[in-house]
Design a binder for this molecule. Structure first.
Ligand code: G3P
Length: 214
């Protein structure tokens, strides 16, 4: 399973890259806005830190605007991926870009039908949002299991990015469900390697060791 970082915070990315845990990065307009920095500058900086795919999202809602933005973004770095919304215009742009060999990530996917449409249109990645589905009282992870079945049934080359990940359970269940990638907020990632019993164990080993030295 691959791990992407769901952040536009360069310091966070630099810290976690050193642990060998970052296979790519996803950003969105909300995450970019949070940094208060120039969009192109942030994306280019991230692309130099991480060699894997880095998603940068278009703002336009009309296909021609999406394509104009995508053509520009695609020149920013060799590993940049164009993130597009799951709409008819988004599908049009996804298809056009895939025919030109430009990688895409179709975002805001909330149903099997939407995932299937994006895969058919030639999306490199699809991003189902598990946390936001849980928020409305449905089982977000069920969508991951179903999408994985669809992708395997028809050998689509599309990879599932499990997005809107909010807790350790989401990451564990995404791996069990066969999500190809989980995109994880930088603030959540440390909780994946921490456990209170590990801390208690270290403390006990050290105190026993120190008693022997005394
Ligand atoms: O990966 C998508 C993510 O950035 C949205 O997460 O927690 O706002 O639903 P959230």
């Amino acid at each position: 399973m691959k791990f992407f970082l769901d952040t536009a915070n360069v310091e966070e990315i630099k810290r976690i890259v050193k642990l060998g845990l970052v296979d790519g990065v996803t950003t969105n307009p909300s995450l970019i806005a949070k940094e208060g920095r120039d969009f192109k500058q942030v994306v280019q900086e991230i692309c130099t830190i991480v060699s894997g795919p880095v998603s940068a999202e278009v703002i336009g809602t009309k296909a021609e605007d999406m394509l104009r933005e995508a053509e520009d973004i695609a020149t920013w770095a060799p590993n940049v991926v164009i993130k597009l919304p799951m709409t008819e215009d988004g599908l049009y742009a996804t298809h056009a870009l895939s025919q030109r060999g430009i990688k895409t990530n179709v975002t805001l996917i909330f149903s099997v039908a939407q995932g299937l449409m994006a895969a058919k249109a030639g999306a490199t990645f699809i991003s189902p949002f598990v946390g936001r589905l849980d928020d409305i009282g449905t089982d977000g992870m069920e969508l991951i299991r179903e999408l994985r079945t669809v992708i395997t049934n028809y050998n689509f080359p599309t990879e599932i990015i499990v997005a809107s990940v909010r807790n350790i359970g989401h990451v564990e269940q995404a791996a069990i469900a066969g999500g190809h990638i989980a995109t994880i907020p930088g603030s959540l990632l440390p909780s994946l390697w921490k456990h209170p019993l590990t801390d208690i164990g270290i403390e006990k080993f050290l105190s026993d060791w120190n008693k022997m030295q005394a």
